[in-house]
Write a protein that binds this ligand. Structure first.
Ligand SMILES: *[C@@H]1O[C@H](CO)[C@@H](O)[C@H](O)[C@H]1NC(C)=O
Ligand SMILES: *[C@@H]1O[C@H](CO)[C@@H](O)[C@H](O)[C@H]1NC(C)=O
Length: 363
């Protein structure tokens, strides 16, 4: 009957050489064409794909390494270091067509040692990220970068990916106060300065302050350079450490506070962005802000009285019972953070005037 005949024909066909070569060609075609075809498909139907793939691996291409950093991107860096899943960091430029995010570190762009690959066709859905840790004054001219970047990765809290120099984290169990209140102080106030500029606001404050109270100065400018290993032990012998930033800009709070002050056990006297910026990120009652005083004279008086009052001085260390401080030391962590926020990034966003965005952070 007809049905039997058809089955017979199909069987004969399947045994033929023609069919075998057809199968081979099909497999080969799929193997070669799949990644490209897949990419086209995801680019054409981004929203459908995004839903289906919310747990899909995100590929982040670092176009050039910041400051020539050499740390490895082998293996699953984000998982191994920070327990962030589905996040692949790569630095092979050949992977450009497959990258979800391409990150450009500003320093090398502004120095002219690296360039944006503007000649490459940008896959639809791919985001370009602009990354910097510098204060806005040191980012160079950014006019040429209008309408290019989709994301910012900076120390600012309003960046798409915020990468502060340090952060406070709540302690799980309320800790004890061992010898958290450091003893053995030899100096009232200390300042470490390598880049001394007369026009800096911090220089004016230092001058006024040192006219009223003893301020021990270290660093190249004072002809008492400190090597890295001597820094924290030296600061630890001071009641107060002047954590004066060299640029005054929105959220620009550097390792001067996070590392030098908090890890040495001197109370930081801070000069930088407004008090609110510090309050938003630093542990409560852990610092003294210059702007809290009507004059430097008042500040000097306050510091002197505080150093003489053990109980009140120790209150500046009470935060250590509930908070700990985490330093950002690994640039790779900044990239892994992209994956944490990837699915909540705005679908479409372009920095039409990066120069203005950068300057808006001057305060
Ligand atoms: C205090 O400082 C002196 C001199 O720097 C040092 O010799 C001594 O060991 C320190 N004492 C304590 C308890 O840290
Ligand atoms: C990224 O920026 C480019 C260039 O302005 C733009 O064409 C693209 O649509 C943006 N992509 C996203 C995902 O926002």
């Amino acid at each position: 009957m007809g049905c039997n005949n058809i089955t017979k024909t199909v069987l004969i066909f399947m045994k033929s050489r023609f069919f075998l070569s057809f199968l081979c060609l099909l497999t080969l075609g799929l193997l070669v064409g799949w990644p490209r075809g897949f990419h086209t498909l995801t680019a054409r139907y981004p929203s459908t794909f995004r839903k289906w793939s919310s747990s899909r691996r995100v590929t982040i291409l670092m176009w050039h390494r910041p400051f020539g950093e050499s740390s490895s991107l082998q293996g699953d860096v984000c998982w191994d270091l920070h327990r962030i899943p589905n996040c692949k960091l790569v630095d092979q430029r050949s992977l450009f067509p497959f990258a979800d995010v391409v990150v450009f570190h500003n320093r090398e762009l502004s120095e002219g040692t690296e360039k944006l690959p503007l000649h490459l066709p940008r896959p639809r859905g791919q985001r370009w990220a602009w990354m910097t840790m510098e204060s806005p004054a040191h980012n160079g001219d950014l006019y040429q970068y209008a309408n290019i970047f989709n994301m910012t990765i900076t120390h600012r809290r309003d960046a798409d990916i915020s990468i502060p120099y340090g952060e406070r984290l709540p302690k799980k169990a309320e800790g004890h106060l061992p010898e958290d209140v450091p003893q053995n102080k030899s100096f009232l106030a200390c300042w470490v300065v390598s880049n001394y500029r007369a026009h800096h606001r911090r220089t004016q404050v230092y001058k006024e302050l040192s006219a009223r109270i003893p301020v021990k100065v270290y660093g190249q400018w004072a002809n008492t350079p400190l090597d890295a290993s001597a820094l924290l032990p030296t600061i630890s012998r001071c009641y107060f450490y002047l954590a004066f930033e060299n640029s005054v800009a929105k959220d620009y709070i550097t390792e001067k506070l996070w590392r030098n002050a908090y890890q040495s056990g001197a109370v930081p006297v801070v000069l930088g962005p407004p008090l609110e910026d510090y309050k938003a990120v630093a542990p409560p009652n852990s610092f003294i802000h210059v702007d809290e005083f009507a004059s430097v004279k008042d500040l000097a008086k306050y510091l002197q009285q505080l150093a003489e009052d053990k109980k009140r001085y120790s209150e500046y260390f009470a935060w250590k019972r509930q908070w700990k401080v985490k330093l950002s030391i690994d640039w790779r962590e900044s990239l892994c953070k992209i994956c944490l926020k990837y699915n909540s990034l705005p679908r479409k966003k372009v920095y039409s005037d990066l120069q203005a965005w950068n300057k808006a952070s001057n305060s």
